[in-house]
Design a protein around this ligand. Structure first.
Ligand code: NAI
Length: 350
């Protein structure tokens, strides 16, 4: 836990439990060097408590790097609420559960600010706001704020556009083939942006209804969830869960570029080297998927204004160009260069 090579030390980890609601949560504050630790709350069924802890530690560290590269005045943190498997089939008191979680957030007195992530909703955030001010991503009628997913998707879209220009030498996305793994909150918006730009989509999701909708609306080609990463395309966009780029999947990849929203796509750092060795450019997830945190961070600081947020998210594309330039000069991999770049920024912003 305390500084293993793959898990540099965290400043603080809170285990929160509440008997009445059944809450079991892990709130991980990785770094507050740049400001309060900011990162979403995941509500998920884990195999065991250690798996949940590992997820919280990896995700919170990723948030430190993400927030630093995005030049946000925030550190990195993340929370996970453990969802017992039986809750997937039975009723539980969701508002009470999130109220108990909000009390845990409040107990950290502002060193951690929470937001939406996989398994949580804007309604959960709204409920928590009754108990703690350290929450963002709140829907407000007629005003900026709420669901960060479209902003995340826009950041991934501008990254794909920049990557395609740099790696494939193509000025437009017209006719570029993109495989989308996952058509959820982010994946669906990304599919819309790509379709509007003329890309040809290949899609897979465990939810057949989403796939059918993509085939109908975007003329997408549907493939099985086990075939999507190896589809014959120019770009692969992982938008489901983490660790999909691993020793099994990488040898089968046929794309030249990997760029998607899912957090922790590489199973290990060595998998980034394996991609590079195969001539595949991997754009680090925490660089390209920062659109959502940029959005909730602006909302939290009351600097929410749609156009300004979109302009800030669009700068992710410029960072992709800068990263790929650095990679060329340093003869390294995008993952390693981005990591060093982000770590050099884990200090209080001037
Ligand atoms: P979501 O839960 O709305 O969507 C995930 C989609 O992936 C669902 O449609 C699900 O059915 C599908 N899926 C699950 N397993 C799959 C498999 N094996 N193959 C194909 N599809 C599969 O989640 P959301 O919000 O779209 O997030 C996606 C990823 O992006 C997550 O890893 C999340 O941490 C990350 N992310 C999301 C942000 C946001 O603003 N929502 C911000 C930054 C990262």
């Amino acid at each position: 836990l305390f500084g293993l090579p793959d898990q540099p030390a965290h400043e603080r980890v809170l285990l929160a439990a509440d008997e009445q609601t059944g809450l079991k949560a892990i709130l991980a504050v990785h770094s507050t060097a740049r400001g309060p630790a900011f990162g979403g709350c995941r509500f998920w069924t884990y195999d065991n408590e250690l798996a949940a802890l590992n997820d919280a530690l990896r995700l919170s560290q990723g948030m430190s790097l993400k927030n630093a590269l995005a030049d946000l005045p925030f550190g990195g943190g993340k929370a996970v609420i453990l969802k017992p498997a039986q809750w997937n089939a039975s009723q539980f008191d969701r508002p009470a559960l999130f109220a108990a979680f909000a009390r845990a957030v409040q107990s950290l007195a502002g060193s951690y600010i929470t937001a939406e992530d996989v398994g949580t909703t804007t309604a959960d955030m709204l409920g928590m706001q009754q108990i703690t001010p350290y929450v963002s991503g709140i829907p407000r009628a007629g005003a900026f704020g709420g669901d960060p997913s479209p902003k995340t998707a826009w950041g991934v879209f501008v990254s794909i556009r920049a990557g395609v220009r740099q790696v494939l030498g193509r000025e437009s996305l017209e006719g570029v083939r993109v495989a989308l793994q996952g058509l959820g909150a982010v994946g669906w918006h990304l599919a819309e942006f790509l379709h509007q730009a003329g890309a040809k989509l290949v899609v897979a999701d465990i939810d057949a209804a989403k796939v059918a909708r993509a085939v109908e609306q975007f003329g997408a080609q549907a493939v099985g969830v086990h075939e999507i990463l190896a589809a014959e395309v120019d770009v692969v966009a992982p938008n489901a869960l983490g660790a999909t780029l691993n020793a099994q999947s990488i040898p089968a990849l046929r794309a030249a570029l990997v760029c998607g929203a899912a957090n922790n796509q590489l199973a290990t750092a060595a998998d980034g080297d394996a991609l590079q060795a195969r001539g595949i450019t991997y754009l680090p997830d925490y660089l390209v998927n920062a659109g959502g945190i940029i959005s909730v961070a602006r909302e939290y600081r009351n600097e929410g204004e749609e156009q300004a947020v979109m302009a800030e998210v669009s700068k992710i594309g410029d960072r992709v160009v800068e990263l790929l330039e650095r990679v060329k000069h340093e003869d390294s991999t995008p993952g390693r260069v981005a990591d060093a770049w982000a770590r050099s920024k884990l200090v209080k912003p001037a």
